[in-house]
Design a binder for this molecule. Structure first.
Ligand code: GLN
Length: 485
């Protein structure tokens, strides 16, 4: 049996019933990686030895009669922008090619405490800037459904490894769509939680007011279970919210009767692939057939989301990335004779083109004379975008849209045109600006490539998202489809 293709909750049942061991699961995962990762290229680093040791530890606990938790002994992959003590953490950048963190991110510690088996670190767009994983300084990850296509980004390795059954689940980060868009392209479930629900401590910062960590999973139940474990207040993250974490899996009743779903008209626009629009319409019909009430909604400031994001995110990035100067850790140019030249060369060589573009954009938007005209103005429009959602959620429990305007595109198709690349996040970016949660779930196929449906929720409304997503998933079954690698 190929244990690597099962979900965490299926494997948990098998572990509890002593049908399989965690070592067997972990071995199947690494066997799969050996078979397919030459094609997929999802990993920057593999941690096989540690994974097998952890699995053996869990097996010993089970044979000793201990009760195990839902993620205990289950393999997970971590995006390479989350610090893992003693394990290379590169952000897929030359700047951090040799960085071994002396501590772990809170999410990593939480997973370890829950008994997770860490398989390795996933490839990504450099510093999480991109939508295709083509900006990795090492290599591009490929879409398991068609290896001529991108897996999406920036969490491409995290999404592809789940889709290719090279792991059971994974963690990614989402600043403007980097969990939901690759989840959509790879045909898996991806959650961008409410800002502040998952600790950012140990997440290498891109744009701190937008960054959130979240799970990729093979079904909604797993996604809810992982969120149960990683969510919660963390005193080490000053923006972490104080809130009760309920058991999100207890909400998965399959019942969506009376649920009020808004269809924001600004998200059904020209330029979106007609097949994508049709599949989302089919999904809306499905929700209605299940008893939900679907009506048109409006988010009038949507057209400003992309320009606002591309001021705020680069502004924060230019500040966050100022720390990479070659002095304390990471890449350093060794040839310079003086300090200023060392700084310059380190940063010119250490960062790739897209990262440098963002630093320049952000530095410009923050410089005196432009600060008010660009950055401050963008912050004001951000508030308007958030208020659009507040108003819509007075009437609706959740909103529905495509996750991305197209299915996965081909390598090189958008790499030379940043605006085209940025447009692939037009439906996801507003949620980060507003801080609200969004989930992408598979809703069908276009020419053999998966298409994702996005559900958007109220702040801390993950429960409603899971409930609706689960009902849809169980009644359609797209999540069961596997790529032929
Ligand atoms: N594609 C967007 C960007 O390049 C979003 C990336 C992300 O969510 N990390 O900024």
């Amino acid at each position: 049996m190929q244990l690597n293709s099962l979900t965490a909750h299926e494997l948990h049942d098998k572990l509890v019933n002593k049908e399989v061991s965690s070592v067997e699961i972990t071995e199947d995962v690494f066997k799969r990686i050996d078979q397919v990762d030459d094609k997929v290229k999802a990993f920057v680093t593999l941690t096989k030895e540690q994974a097998l040791a952890k699995a053996a530890e869990v097996d010993a606990r089970i044979s000793g009669g201990d009760k195990i938790g839902p993620l205990e002994g289950i393999p997970v992959v971590i995006k390479d922008n989350m610090c893992t003590e003693g394990v290379l953490t590169t952000c897929s950048s030359k700047m951090l090619h040799n960085f071994v963190p002396p501590y772990s991110a809170t999410v990593v510690e939480k997973l370890q405490a829950a008994g997770a088996v860490i398989v390795g670190k996933a490839n990504m767009d450099e510093f999480a800037m991109g939508s295709s994983t083509e900006n990795s300084r090492f290599f591009s990850t490929r879409n398991p459904w068609d290896t001529d296509c991108v897996p999406g980004g920036s969490s491409g390795g995290s999404a592809a490894s789940v889709a290719a059954d090279e792991t059971i689940y994974s963690l990614g980060s989402d600043t403007g769509g980097s969990i939901r868009q690759p989840a959509s392209f790879c045909g898996v479930v991806g959650l961008k939680p409410t800002y502040g629900t998952v600790s950012r401590y140990g997440l290498i910062a891109y744009a701190s007011s937008l960054d959130q960590i979240g799970p990729f999973a093979k079904d909604v139940r797993d996604c809810a279970q992982i969120f149960n474990v990683i969510a919660g207040h963390d005193p080490k993250d000053s923006t972490s919210a104080e809130f009760e974490v309920p058991d999100y899996t207890s909400i998965l009743t399959g019942d969506v009767k009376g649920l009020r779903i808004g269809i924001p008209k600004e998200y059904f626009i020209e330029g979106t692939d007609p097949k994508v629009l049709q599949l989302v319409q089919d999904a809306i019909n499905k929700f209605e057939a299940m008893g939900a009430v679907c009506e048109e909604a409006t988010l009038p400031h949507t057209e400003y989301a992309l320009p606002v994001y591309y001021l705020i995110a680069p502004a924060e990035a230019s500040s966050n990335l100022a720390r990479y100067d070659g002095v304390r850790y990471g890449y350093r140019d060794e040839t310079a004779e003086d300090m200023i030249t060392m700084f310059k060369r380190t940063r010119s060589e250490g960062f790739g083109t897209e990262v440098k573009r963002r630093i320049m954009l952000g530095t410009y938007a923050l410089s005196s004379g432009y600060y008010d005209a660009y950055y401050l103005k963008a912050l004001k429009v951000r508030t308007l975008i958030r208020q659009d959602f507040d108003r819509a959620f007075e009437k609706f429990d959740l909103l529905i849209s495509p996750t991305s305007p197209t299915p996965a595109f081909r390598f090189g198709e958008k790499a030379d045109d940043p605006i085209q690349m940025y447009l692939s996040d037009v439906f996801t970016i507003s949620l980060n600006l507003a801080g609200i949660p969004g989930i992408s779930i598979p809703c069908g196929f276009s020419n053999g490539l998966p298409v994702g449906l996005q559900l958007m929720g109220k702040p801390f409304g993950e429960g409603t998202l899971f409930k609706a997503a689960h009902a849809f998933e169980q009644s359609t079954g797209y999540y069961k489809m596997k790529p032929n690698l």
